[in-house]
Design a protein around this ligand. Structure first.
Ligand SMILES: Nc1ncnc2c1ncn2[C@@H]1O[C@H](COP(=O)(O)OP(=O)(O)O)[C@@H](O)[C@H]1O
Ligand SMILES: [Mg+2]
Length: 155
């Protein structure tokens, strides 16, 4: 578990994830509206070396950025409740980039077998603070989690 005292701390943690990620990694971001999923995604993008502005994909569902060390596939599936098959999710999950899915826990059976879930919670006593937990599912998710915790401890 990681306590991010402010937005910048959340981005710093996410930055390390962006640096640690490998092609084919999938990160699922879980947390309420305003928890910081898009903010976290911005940190990841920076860690990949993307300098372009990252916009929330709430309306576009999927945005792709190719400027960084790896292709970055940024999704928000909040508004999708059906028709997941039309999105061609597996092509992203099994692709050559890093896929980050806000509200990905909604995907149910459409989730990939292997991913790292990042759970972001607000602190009821501090508006600027977030509690961030890592829940790896599968080998790649675990490897990414271990690498991230190591980078964090050396940071
Ligand atoms: N420690 C923090 N980490 C992330 N966001 C924070 C933090 N403290 C305050 N915020 C604010 O919370 C909001 C998070 O919004 P956003 O990242 O769009 O959330 P989500 O994508 O989960 O709906 C932003 O306005 C951000 O400035
Ligand atoms: Mg968002």
């Amino acid at each position: 578990m990681y306590e991010a005292k402010d937005e910048e701390a959340t981005k710093q943690f996410a930055f390390l994830l962006g640096q640690a990620a490998k092609a084919g990694d999938v990160v699922v971001l879980t947390g309420d509206l305003g928890a910081g999923k898009t903010t976290f995604s911005k940190g990841i993008a920076e860690g990949l070396g993307i300098t372009q502005m990252i916009k929330s994909p709430t309306y576009t569902i999927i945005r792709e950025y190719t400027q960084g060390r790896l292709p970055f596939y940024h999704m928000d599936v909040y508004r999708i409740t059906t028709g997941y098959d039309d999105l061609g999710l597996d092509d992203y999950f099994e692709g050559d980039g890093l896929t980050v899915v806000e509200w990905g826990n909604q995907l149910g059976k459409w989730l990939p077998e292997d991913y790292l879930e990042v759970i972001i919670k607000k602190d009821p006593n501090d508006v600027a603070k977030r509690i961030i937990a890592l829940a790896p599912h599968g080998e790649k998710g675990s490897a990414l989690s271990v690498k991230l915790m190591k980078a964090w401890s050396e940071n």
